[in-house]
Design a protein. Structure first.
Length: 228
């Protein structure tokens, strides 16, 4: 049996990668990437010439058996996502699950994660937290979710947020929880990184004259803990 390496890569700044990650990416015979064109930027930056193939949401069911057989009979594989730690809000889980079922060794090479980067710089409680990925697309579903969290969740909530529904989501948080503290982290580790911490009204006012752009992580505590 060979090894599947889950390799964390930068979420923005290309310097945020470990020496071990670079070594593994150079040594394995094959890298699986969510988007090979995107990952090529990182590979070229560090002069990594390892062959790459695509592994993404649209082909994961079809190609997973192929790579399980590769790991059994041919060689190691390094799996990377577009950014951060594979397996969080991306298709890596499917291959990892099959490898575990088949007793194929899986080793994670730790590194950046957008949700952890946002959490530890937010000022919100870190002793308990819950990652919810992207919020539901429809307003009624988001409101239902927020009401349920109000009754059950005693953790800092972490969401990835699209700029397209960010303002509506803030309005809904205000409707359900009032003026609690919300942390909004934009373009983490990138040139235009921005940290905003305030009430929903304050954050909405900030974007009154600006169109939200980029990738966001949104955090809050449903019970208002961690207010600043």
């Amino acid at each position: 049996m060979h090894t599947l390496y889950i390799v964390a890569t930068p979420i923005g700044n290309l310097e945020d990668i470990t020496f071990r990650a670079i070594r593994i990416l150079k040594e394995v015979p094959l890298v699986l990437a969510e988007d090979t064109r995107h990952s090529r930027l990182l590979m070229d930056h560090y002069d990594i010439r390892t062959p790459m193939e695509s592994y993404h949401d649209f082909n994961k069911e079809k190609v997973t058996p192929k790579y399980v057989e590769y790991l059994k009979n041919t060689g190691d594989i390094a799996l990377v996502s577009d950014a951060g730690t594979p397996g969080v809000a991306d298709p890596a889980f499917n291959l990892v699950r099959e490898c575990v079922r088949e007793k194929i060794p899986v080793l994670a090479i730790p590194g950046p994660s957008a949700m952890i980067t946002a959490l530890v710089s937010s000022g919100l409680p870190t002793d308990r937290f819950r990652f919810e990925n992207f919020s539901p697309k429809k307003s009624a579903q988001r409101l239902h979710m927020l009401e349920a969290l109000k009754e059950t969740a005693d953790s800092t909530m972490i969401f990835y947020a699209s700029p397209h529904n960010l303002l509506k989501f803030l309005e809904e948080i205000k409707t359900v929880y009032g003026e609690i503290t919300v942390a909004l982290m934009r373009e983490l580790t990138k040139k235009f990184e921005e940290h905003l911490v305030g009430t929903p009204s304050e954050l909405l006012a900030h974007y009154k004259e600006r169109v939200p752009k980029g990738e966001f992580v949104l955090l809050f505590h449903p019970q208002g803990k961690g207010g600043l």
